[in-house]
Write a protein that binds this ligand. Sequence first.
Ligand code: UDP
Length: 444
Amino acid sequence: MPLPHFLVMPYPILGHINPLLQFSQVLAKHGCKITFLITEFNQRRVKNAIEHLGSDIKFVTLPDGLDHDDDRSDQPKVILSLRNTMPTKLHKLIEHINALDGDNKITCLVISKNIGWALEVGHNLGIKGAVLWPASAIALASFESIPRLIDEGIINSETGLPTRKQEIQLLPNSPMIETVNLPWCKLGKKFFLHMAEDTKTLKLAEWWLCNTTCDLEPEALSLSSRFLPIGPLMMQSDDTNKSNSFWEEDSTCLDWLNQHPPQSVVYVSFGSLAMMEPTQFKELALGLDLLNKPFLWVVRPDNENKVNNAYPDEFHGSKGKIVGWSPQRKILNHPAIACFISHCGWNSTIEGVCGGTPFLCWPFFSDQFYNMSYICDVWKVGLGLDKDENGMISKVEIKNKVEQLLDNKDIQTRSLKLKEITLMKTNGGQSSKNLEKFINWAKE
Ligand code: UDP
């Protein structure tokens, strides 16, 4: 039987590109043929990653329809541009690849989210489809629940915003969430309407593969038999040493970490998208100064430019190291790390869990609030940072919570236990069995 040929296509942000690259590596390891589609703009930005992935994965590109100088952090703009300009080009590209590769035509299309129209293109060409969901399964379950939440009058059908302030439980046994923190609520009306539409097209996919395990989010996974947990992908792809990044990784922080005793350093990182406002940025700097611990703080170049060198005059930073971009997966597995101040993006959450690292949660938007609930209330491997009456997380709150977290032996023990349970699901565990099931389906 010929091995399947996958066309893998992420929505063009790092939090989608990375898990889909990891997924591609796992499929390639099983002998599948992979063609990986990225935008021309991102091809230049992930050049390093592409070079060290070798020849197992073939890269192809299409334009994203935006001008070179357009703001690609404006997600509704990117989503619209892709939807307006890419479908015809994708159709032609698939036909072109299939004409060249007559014996090994594309048999399956795997996408992330926000580009559900791609499944329609594949469907029209007789190609089956799957989604690799790059966020938590509970986020997928919440998008799936949008029609019900509208019917029950919990959210407005036009804006997605709550009709009133309340706490709800999306599924039996899932954590409670304030309706204002539902994954779409901080991303604007345009994004909500797109997501509601996109979730309908995603139904063309036979599988919604989730980068999670059956133990981490059992309630969310039970919502549909199409949800298939295959994570943590990073543990199956053997690529902890590789850097897939838009920014240059500063690996000097590993030498710096090597000079510190076990569990002594506070790691601070907010992923690839979150932007911190100047006043909050200053307060965080002062909070880190107050710690009786060294810290490793990622200040992305784009965030630093935006806040325009906003380190306060009183900031010493003498106990810490600041980098523009870190090799995060290696950092979270380094013995010197004591805890992780995180925005709780799903990739960071999974990486922290696999590193056995206790979390201090500082969510910004999307599924990050849900992920915080899992971390703090369900898995009990972290604490949340509370905002004051001005909506700020104060330097004293940062200092106090770090101390509270590091004094809490139960959280540390549970973090290590959760790591052990999660890693058991890979390499021979349920996640790798699910992956085999998926590959067998793709072969049919
Ligand atoms: N990351 C990294 N170095 C950094 C900060 C982040 O390699 O200095 C990686 C991190 O390991 C994760 C990804 O960037 O894989 C961020 O994804 P996540 O889902 O956590 O958040 P997003 O960027 O989508 O908000």
